[in-house]
Ligand binder design. Sequence first.
Ligand code: TRP
Length: 472
Amino acid sequence: MAGIRESIHGQWSSRWAFVLAATGSAVGLGNIWKFPYITGENGGGAFVLIYLVCIVIIGVPIMMSEILLGRRGRQSPINTMRTLAIEAGHNTNWQWLGVMGVLAGFLILSYYSVIAGIALFHVFRTGVGTFDNATPDGIATLFNTFLDDPQALLFWHTVFMVMTMLVVARGVRGGIEKAVKFLMPALFLILLILLGYAMNTAAFDQGLSFMFKPDFHALFYYTNDAGIEVMTWNPVLIAMGHAFFTLSLGMGAIMVYGSYLPQNASIARVTFMIAGADTAVAIVAGMVIFPIVFANNLEPGMGFGLIFKTLPLAFGQMPGGAFFGTLFFILLTFAAWTSSISLIEPAVAWLVENRGMSRAGASVLSGITCWLFGLLTVFSFNIWSDVYPLHMFEVFREKTIFDLLDYLTANIMLPLGGLLIAIFAAWLMSRDATRDELDMGEGPAYISWRVLVRYITPIAVSIVFLRAIDLI
Ligand code: TRP
């Protein structure tokens, strides 16, 4: 049965091209910007541990499922779900899973582009030596002043969105593989140079113990306004949500990339490579940032500005800092770029398939839509910075529109999408179909995958969801 369908959008030139593109999608702001700041907000070690467990028991099996669905359906996620549902004798309503993914992708890209714009802006700021010998306070003030200016944020958001539309319009297969092949290793190398700097700060040990010494009490309990200790599962939900976010799972990005994967590639092997590279980048980023935080008496839980208030300190102090800093932000922007294109690819593939649009037209339409949604995030940082639309709920009390978008997509839509993908692959598709597509025989590898996606993953995701509901 294998290889019955062909994608109208073409195929990757090889298994490597897919690994590079999918790694490009996975490694991005999630690893370097988001992972450190949510780790900081959620107390460190215990959070990191739960995140790693989620990667292994939830992320890896779901990534395999997403790739296998994509490769078997060979269309945009909406049409893939529809086709595979019909093939398995089920209801075409499964296509709504693809629709939810398109929506999640739009919402994520809307704020992702604003943050990527901030990274892009830092390329120039670092290049002109703004941070040379700057103090933590000075850097924080510069950053806050920048956030206060909606026009500046809007400008960089627009630049980044245009960059994204350009690549998607040309088709994601041209060029990305080549770019990722050089840029990802280069990004990793700079992170290692920064790690060298972090090791020489007085707080390296403190940074490491923050990241790797789990304190479960601090994770599960917090003290409320009345001074009473309360238990919460929210950090677990955030760790799980981040496992989906960082691996680009749950909305069809990896599925659509999988739809261009050659039939002879081993899905398990490519998954391990992607997940391994992604995790390594995040862990090293954390090992760089927390020593800088503690060496400068900064607050690990300061929120989403963490990397922009810490890394410039390192660049301002280390020899060649302006050079390395500029290079670092260029590479970070590239990492964000190779991720952003995967966020609208499912929508673009669908518009091409079902609306007969050209790739260029579909990219522009999707890009403009995300750009418009992006205004919500731009204003969350300034004119709407004290608008908390869901303040009546305890967990959302001090969440801006940007915070809510992030929460809704990463912690709710992606895990829900992933849960449904797991259920579809493990319970609805025939055993023959999945065995065929994973192509690893009936051995222990296949059995482990099946047990994970049938039982462990859905149960784990559901428990976290159910525990988190009583937060509200
Ligand atoms: N994984 C990327 C990051 O860590 C972001 C991303 C790209 C993404 N495609 C996605 C997140 C699809 C969720 C779903 O920066």
